[in-house]
Design a protein around this ligand. Sequence first.
Ligand SMILES: *Cc1c(COP(=O)(O)O)cnc(C)c1O
Length: 387
Amino acid sequence: MRVYMDNAATTPVKPRVLEAMLPYFSEKFGNPSSLHAFAQQTAAGLEKARGQVADALGASPGEIVFTGGGTESDNAVLRGVAKKYAGKGRHIITTAVEHHAILHTCEALEKEGYEITYLPVDEYGLVLADDVKNAIRPGTILVSVLFANNEVGTLMPIAQIAAACKEKGVLFHTDAVQAIGHIPIDVNAMGIDFLSLSAHKFHGPKGVGALYIKKGVSMSPFIYGGGQERGRRAGTENVPGIVGLGEAIEMATADIESENRKITALRNRLIAGIQERIPDVKLNGHPMLRLPNNVNFSIKYIEGEGMLLLLDIKGIAASSGSACTSGSLDPSHVLLAMGLSHELAHGSLRLTLSGETTAQEVEYVLDTLPPVVQRLRDMSPLNKVRP
Ligand SMILES: *Cc1c(COP(=O)(O)O)cnc(C)c1O
């Protein structure tokens, strides 16, 4: 059996999404900025997708800018706001548990003279809206807090944080890459000024994303060139990718509630099964305020990497920390920020489900994981210190 439980890293493109994209590789190939019928066809595809993304967020089409993915959207906001408002202030607030697309951009900005506050989180990975509010000072130009954590699935109190920012007159950005398709989002009701999303996290293609920029809010462009995307993001648009993004977000947000019911039941079965069948495990992230598709455990006395290799041999694709940190041996910055020891952080296992996950797959993982853990524990030097 082959079981894919790494949907937080990426997801397969749905057939309907691929089908929508295909004509834009060949017959509908015109440059959307040109002034002829070929262009009009392509421009129509582009604008349909813009409407689909806007509808999914409760935004209007003019507020959507297409980008090269989640990382680019994050970079664009941080750098675009930093540049635009440098005269007003050079202080940015974020959290210790952001994706590296935010953290590493912030580190680069620090080298350029900006000051960054990295807010701490509690044991569940939550940041408090009051902490955000108290960190705001004259000279704060942006607050950026991720909507849902990509490692442990914790959902941040986004509406409360946005309200605190509004009260203090500071712009608010959220990296909602993991939340799209799982949590209903209305940018106006939630008070969001900027939002990043990425198609490949919800069954769209890789290398394409979007940035929501609230009407009336300005920022400097991040990529210079032609006047595409109304001067906000230069470069000939990735039309097939954008068409796929539009179709994927429409499908992902069409029926969040019933999809969530199904995924949550499977996730709860997986969590309960692991707790029943494997001693000395710790569920990471918030027990309730978490993405419906996220399971993250620290499994004591073993290393996550060894577990991933043995699971892979058994046909199970999982992850330890984020895809960017696995492959390196650094423990997850998210788990460390939540107060876990290095040992517990190293023994983490992330299983992320999708609407395509089946009950049989969950049972297969529950049957396969305990002997894998036992085998590693039998070999583990960490096990010797076991009380
Ligand atoms: C995947 C991810 C990103 C990066 O998106 P890409 O499209 O892969 O560049 C950014 N933030 C979060 C929370 C993510 O999960």
